[in-house]
Design a protein around this ligand. Sequence first.
Ligand code: AMP
Ligand code: GLY
Length: 423
Amino acid sequence: MKIMVVGGGGREHAIIKKLKKSEKVTEIFALPGNGGIAADATCVNIGAKDIDGIVNFAKENKIDYAVVAPDDPLVLGCVDALNKIGVPCFGPNADAAIIEGSKVFSKNLMKKYGIPTAQYEIFDNAEDAVKYLETAPIPTVIKADGLALGKGVIIAETREDAIDAVRSIMEDKVFGASGNRIVVEEFLTGPEVSVLSFTDGKTVVPMISSMDHKRAGDGDTGLNTGGMGTIAPNPYYTKEIADVCMETIFLPTVRAMTAENRTFKGCLYFGLMLTEKGPKVIEYNCRFGDPETQVVLPLLESDLFEIMEATTNGTLTEEMVKFSDKSACCVVMASNGYPQKYETGFELTIPTDIDGEVYVAGAKIEDGKLLTAGGRVLGAVAVDDTLKGAVDKAYNLVPEIKFENAYFRHDIGQRALAAKEEK
Ligand code: AMP
Ligand code: GLY
């Protein structure tokens, strides 16, 4: 089968490396891919948001199956457009991708179907929002309705900060039209867990849980990033909590989407907070998480392509999805200065003989050399019998990978290891 993977980051590299292991997969194209992915797939210079370009490529190259990985093309209807020309896809159509594309939609869905989440109010003009914030409980959380590169969430510690956030989102439009509406939300506390799941619209099969490290600096300090590292499984996510999540969150969400005529197929990502009052949904994503995928897929023992096809065909079963009982750790190596200003174009060397995997996020090939080309450059990933072993092995990989101005966090997995010790 000829497969096409839309996207070009570390998540897509992990998906491609796993798909390569499937006997059914004979050829993989990445649109656009990147300089590191080029070692594992044929990269084609078509951007992930260029829906017409993607459709034409699929038609001309007789693609048998497409995996649409990033949020933008999903929300823009890439799956709908590919289905129209007869290409089956992994990923939701636009009607279902709205679960990530609009926070107003997802909050209203949760309210209507009784799915636990933070209390909230919706505003479509700054004046009403400001008035509400004059007496609202503080801290509070302000969220732009639409996609904002993962940056559309502001936690305001003071009333002034909350009002500033409203003005910058709704009046200065720092996130463009994504900020035409906002959600103002109750501030929750507790450990965060990411649970990616496969679903065909009826059955939902959670993958192994994981923990992201979103802040740029050690000790969870500094700015929010796309993710500086991950570990799996997440020690806070016990079997008891998993059962509660299945009953109160996962199944109700999948059923709610079908009841709304928005049947969701693909990977549904649950961003959860384990509060004192039980697990609550912080966010839904309509896709694999990045960098969660980089620790989840290495632990998947089953054939990824077969699972993907089953989500498309409506034949997904729990038995199809088996995870090992090992642990994984991903340390993201970024360009110094990320997520703000950083330099790129430095030569990148990745040894081939390593005890782990390197998933490349931002690199290009120029004159036969691999050069850094993004904020997040790659994820160094290791698997071991224990979490401690996986963390140590991942950090042993880091000095083997060389590029100028490399930056990484030194404490990926430490919070999880401490949580394990508490138990
Ligand atoms: P998101 O972009 O939706 O993943 O949000 C970014 C981060 O903001 C989350 O990972 C949480 O750490 C935090 N966050 C979002 N919503 C809330 C909330 N209601 N209460 C506390 N923290 C939140
Ligand atoms: N790691 C969070 C996300 O993919 O949105």
